[in-house]
Design a protein around this ligand. Structure first.
Ligand code: PMT
Length: 339
């Protein structure tokens, strides 16, 4: 990367954070994150920041409408469980109300968590058929909780995500290579800058849509034009470069690449690895992400697949595969951990 390129990325970053203010919860999140990181650094634990879920792009300042990015949070939540089991302290930066480690086994599906329960002698009990699974999940959850190994932070918008990522990364910087960034969140590539956003709900009816008093004034980025909704989106600066070079230069950085066209997945993952110069890109396709991923490193690529006979339930456990060197088509996930 040339000095000119680096300088322009830094300017784009400065502009982004100058125009799009920090979320109000940032300082309180950083206070608990600082304490969490310090405690685990002193205790000799490695710390991983797992990002999970999709970021939104609000179209109005008082937001009614927004553009969303696809992600249920399965990959991130499941991977976080594996990191916890492997002894890492996990900062789980997730989209509010997306899947969470452990509770994901009993949420966000058509079955209510109450369906796992029954009544016995006036007390709530878990149905017999769920005892074994729930006990296993509960034990893992309790063990992580006892060791204070899991810190849960949340975001909704792309701006909240970027502020949290940047500031938590800076707090993790002293950890050097004992820090991992595992970027499974689905992050917006385009957004509406704060200074181009309308304050109130965009009106669909022409009779109520506000005309600009000054015909020379710049139209807001999202607006109605006649009966059409028009949205001009700006590119979100590619923060991955800044993370690698500036915010967390000594950490291990794992990013994900989501595509829908199998023909371009590997090339796009390779391109990302070469461009950002980090450690690993995990490629996945929308339709097959729950049972196959491809690990792309400077040394080449390797597919990791859950065998067909185990593709029964839906989940996600790539973290369990890192460092275990499963071979192509390796039988490496548990039934409950596909995705
Ligand atoms: O949650 P699930 O339903 O289980 O789905 C999991 C998943 C498919 C969301 C996950 O496995 C995944 O692929 N996450 C990454 C999705 C994504 O944002 O891919 P992308 O190709 O748009 O971006 C690639 C990388 O570029 C990202 O890791 C991000 O770190 C980086 N990026 C993105 C946007 C941006 N403005 N700057 C960036 O640096």
């Amino acid at each position: 990367m040339t000095g000119g390129n680096l300088a322009s990325i830094q300017v784009a970053e400065q502009d982004y954070f100058a125009i799009n203010p920090a979320p109000t919860s940032l300082q309180s999140h950083l206070t608990i994150a600082r304490e969490f990181i310090t405690r685990h650094a002193e205790g000799g634990r490695n710390v991983v920041l797992v990002t999970s879920g999709g970021t939104t792009v609000p179209l109005e300042n008082q937001t009614v409408r927004y553009i969303d990015n696809f992600s249920a949070g399965t990959r991130g939540a499941c991977s976080a469980e594996y990191f916890l089991e492997a002894g890492y302290a996990v900062i789980f930066l997730h989209r509010q109300f997306s899947l969470l480690p452990y509770s994901r086994h009993y949420s966000h599906n058509t079955r209510s968590f109450l369906d796992y329960m029954g009544e016995e002698d006036g007390k709530v009990v878990v149905e017999d058929e769920h005892q074994e699974d729930m006990l296993r999940v509960l034990r893992s959850y309790t063990a992580a909780k006892k060791k204070n190994q899991l810190l849960i932070l949340s975001f909704v918008t792309i701006t909240e995500y970027l502020w949290e990522l940047r500031e938590v990364a800076k707090l993790m910087r002293p950890l050097g290579p004992r820090a991992i960034f595992y970027l499974a969140a689905a992050v917006s590539d385009f957004f509406v800058p704060k200074d181009q956003m309308v304050e109130h709900k965009i009106q669909s009816s022409e009779a109520f849509s506000k005309r600009l008093d000054d015909p020379n004034a710049k139209a807001p980025a999202a607006r109605t034009d006649g009966s059409k909704l028009v949205i001009d989106l700006e590119p979100v600066p590619k923060f991955l470069k800044q993370l690698v070079d500036g915010w967390a230069p000594d950490a291990m950085i794992v990013s994900f690449k989501l595509e829908t066209d199998p023909k371009i997945l590997i090339n796009k993952a390779r391109y990302s690895l070469e461009k950002y110069q980090h450690h690993l890109v995990i490629g996945n396709l929308l339709t097959t992400r729950k049972w196959e991923v491809v690990f792309v490193t400077a040394g080449g690529e390797r597919w990791v697949r859950v065998p067909p006979r185990r593709r029964t339930k839906s989940v996600s456990g790539v973290a369990s595969l890192i460092g275990k060197s499963e071979e192509k088509d390796g039988d490496s996930s548990t039934d409950d951990d596909q995705a």
